[in-house]
Design a protein around this ligand. Sequence first.
Ligand code: SF4
Length: 363
Amino acid sequence: MKYVSEYRDAATVQTLAQRIAAAVTRPWVLMEVCGGQTHAIVKHGLDRLLPASLELIHGPGCPVCVTPQGVIDQALEIAAEKDVIFCSFGDMLRVPGSRTDLLAVKAQGGDVRMVYSPLDALELARIHPHQQVVFFSVGFETTAPTTAMAVRQAEAEGIDNFSLLVSHVRVPPALEALLAAPDNRVQGFLAAGHVCAVMGYWEYEPITAAHNVPIVVTGFEPVDVLRGVLGCVEQLEQGRGEVENCYGRAVKRDGNAVAQQLLGQIFEPVDMAWRGMGVIPAGGMALRGDYRRFDAAERFRLGAAPADEAGQCRSGDVLTGRIKPHQCPAFGKDCTPEHPLGATMVSSEGACAAYFRYRRDAA
Ligand code: SF4
């Protein structure tokens, strides 16, 4: 299949692995930002093709995983209300809050529905005008434009029984926060190609300039990932830290101008808590101006979500690369996909789920 097969070609993968091995002269630590890349790395064993001195650590690039427990508790509170239809992507339904999850609320009589798009939720609002329809709006810059479109459509049609519980996050401030952490080990990033397809990569240029850290825009197939690794390693070995685009078939420097304009019209950057990383300045998005009337947190008079995490789950450490999933004491014992203790074991992009699925219980 064109645009897929050539990026899974075994001979190309071997050649790239050899070029990386030849380029590496000292230890380096790289972080792949996106959970899709983590799954590609673990599924195909790409990290095991690399020199031992080159470490890949997994980043906070799974939007379900970085949504704090306090926001999930807010979702549970709304979903349990009478005359509410609560809509969410499927991954979020089993993510534990501090006491329960959305599927349990549904089992207890809450009207919780899995949807594939915020536009599905908007359609439910049209069909059920006497109920409040709330969409759990989670995701990076990749999914936020679709949400923005749903809000604009709701406004155009005068649909007032539709709202969003917003937990959209922005990648560039998270990279800044990772680099600023006192225990940071990351020396280069593989940036998430799909986020850059929307936002371009111009936002990363001030980060590379300030920190002299390579950020290489990377896709999701084995050849893509290894090209990203090679790009990072070559820069590090040469003492450079620049933005490089290794996903040219989908990404341009300026990204998708129409999507960015829509985002800017409906949302504004705000400080936001990320699981495991605390509050990140400008790390999220909130509805702006008049569009705040579509904000479920205001409509249901919810207080601010606490940023603290409860329980034995160490997903915050997994998401920041401090530990690998198998180093969590609960991995594969108390915590499995059937009985998850944390979001990173539930989400299809979660690192713990990848390690469990591909039986990675050692480095
Ligand atoms: S294995 Fe389970 S408990 Fe441990 S960090 Fe991952 S999700 Fe949390």
